[in-house]
Design a protein around this ligand. Structure first.
Ligand SMILES: [Zn+2]
Length: 240
């Protein structure tokens, strides 16, 4: 029977695939951050000085600082999401212990909303309650899968790693290319990479690809132009 109240993707495989795509997309966006922020720093410093040591120092600091900041942000966000989910789970446990009859009615009503007949909904609710009442309520009522909660540490680590992978591109470009072509090659490499990651992220999210890639390229180009200009001004003024 088709469920008319299909508010969420209740099909377990579809759900997992969606979550995996979301994680992959978050990784691509993390790499974007790494590319843009470290490229902006190394291009800015390279505009001010040809001293490779200074460029590498600034780029490494930007890489480490950015990766830590991304990890911290992700840790905080996933932790607070988990706290919310934990609180909901505790509340549900309490309700199940204190008013099992109301909870059984509630589960029955939720299954009726999904298109089951009153008798079938009641039976499903009773059998699921006998099997694992908490899991049944979490799934149908709150859409939480206790087995599938992302760990904050895992989320923090994966965002730090994706930022670092992205950051390595401008770092390598600026270090490996001779001074005369350093900035030009890095800018081109960054814009090409952003076109690629923008397209990929849009594809994973089912969004229009050209628009996403264009947005990223324009944003990245603006960031690089801004720090290049600052580097030029400070370099010319003799600050560096
Ligand atoms: Zn409930």
């Amino acid at each position: 029977m088709d469920s008319p109240g299909a508010l969420h993707t209740d099909e377990p495989h579809g759900d997992n695939l969606g979550q995996r795509l979301n994680r992959l997309r978050a990784g691509v966006l993390g790499a974007n951050d790494g590319i843009v922020s470290v490229a902006a720093v190394v291009v800015g410093v390279a505009a001010a000085t040809t001293d490779l040591g200074a460029i590498i120092t600034a780029g490494s600091a930007a890489l480490v600082g950015g990766a830590v900041s991304m990890a911290l942000g992700e840790y905080v966000s996933v932790s607070s999401q988990r706290d919310t989910e934990r609180a909901l789970i505790a509340k549900e446990q309490r309700e199940l212990a204190e008013m099992p009859d109301e909870e059984l009615d509630e589960l029955t009503a939720l299954y009726r909303q999904r298109g089951l007949s009153p008798a079938t909904a009641r039976r499903v609710a009773e059998e699921l309650t006998a099997h694992d009442a908490l899991a049944a309520h979490l799934e149908v009522e709150l859409h939480i899968d206790q087995e599938d909660l992302v760990s904050p540490w895992q989320a923090a680590l994966s965002s730090a790693v994706s930022f670092t992978i992205g950051a390595l591109l401008p770092m390598l470009a600026i270090v490996l290319v001779p001074a005369s072509a350093r900035i030009a090659v890095t800018v081109i490499a960054v814009l090409v990479a952003l076109a690629g990651t923008g397209t990929l992220a849009a594809r994973l999210g089912g969004a229009p690809k050209l628009r996403a890639a264009t947005r990223l390229i324009v944003g990245g180009a603006l960031a690089l132009a801004a720090t290049w200009l600052i580097g030029m001004l400070l370099g010319t003024a003799g600050v560096v």
